[in-house]
Write a protein of this length. Structure first.
Length: 231
């Protein structure tokens, strides 16, 4: 058995319990935020991780992959239409876009501009110096080891009133997790549940909508109206 991790990678709590063990890895659940995570000693190296990603071949021409992404994009687009601005004036970031950067091309079909960032395939950091009306993470968040640092980074990148759209399969319960194919991907190291996203939204003071089985929409509060007269 691996050493018990010192703390939860999302909330920092040291109240962790063994949630599951299989032939390759162990998974610990945080009693505070309910995140299930794999100890750092069981993570892949960066080289091995990229080798796994290189096996993917996601392209715009793949209608099935477009439909997959639209499970996130379509409900997010409905939210963006409520911003009372032309879609051409709204700008987003696809964080962890992958080599094909397909979501930005899907968004362009609806007249929305999306910048791309990916640690391995689109590593230019200039896009991380701006702020956006929305950010998408489609099948990304489960790959990020330092969950707390990711949340801080996304918060800084997102404008007040902006939307964060996350696609990731969610933990149901211990029995289902033990039989779950999703945990078998060696690049998946953090697993979120409804409780985790609700905890995160409460901590940040954000609005949380659980859309379907694997999409979560989080909205950052709008900035206070400084022009309003004081009482």
């Amino acid at each position: 058995m691996a050493d018990l991790p010192r703390c939860c990678p999302l909330c920092g709590s040291d109240h962790l319990t063994l949630f599951c063990r299989d032939k390759r890895r162990e998974y610990f659940r945080c009693r505070q935020c309910a995140l299930v995570s794999v100890p750092a000693t069981m993570h892949l190296t960066a080289t091995a991780e990229k080798a796994e990603y290189d096996k993917h071949n996601n392209q715009l021409a793949d209608a099935g992959y477009q439909a997959f992404l639209r499970r996130t994009w379509d409900p997010l687009l409905a939210c963006l239409r409520q911003l009372q601005r032309p879609l051409t004036h709204i700008r987003g970031l696809d964080f962890g876009c992958g080599e094909g950067a397909v979501l930005s091309q899907v968004a362009a079909q609806d007249g929305v501009r999306v910048a791309n960032y990916d640690l391995y395939y689109h590593p230019g950091t200039a896009v991380l110096q701006e702020q956006y009306d929305f950010i998408t993470l489609t099948e990304v968040i489960e790959h990020i080891a330092d969950a707390a640092a990711l949340v801080r980074q996304l918060d800084a990148l997102l404008k007040p009133g902006g939307w964060l759209a996350v696609m990731t399969k969610r933990v149901l319960d211990q029995d289902a997790f033990s039989r779950w194919h999703y945990k078998n991907d060696p690049t998946h190291i953090c697993f979120y549940s409804d409780d985790t996203f609700e905890w995160l939204a409460e901590r940040l003071g954000w609005h949380c909508e659980l859309s379907g089985k694997d999409v979560v929409l989080l909205r950052k509060p709008a900035a206070p109206d400084c022009t309003a007269p004081s009482e």
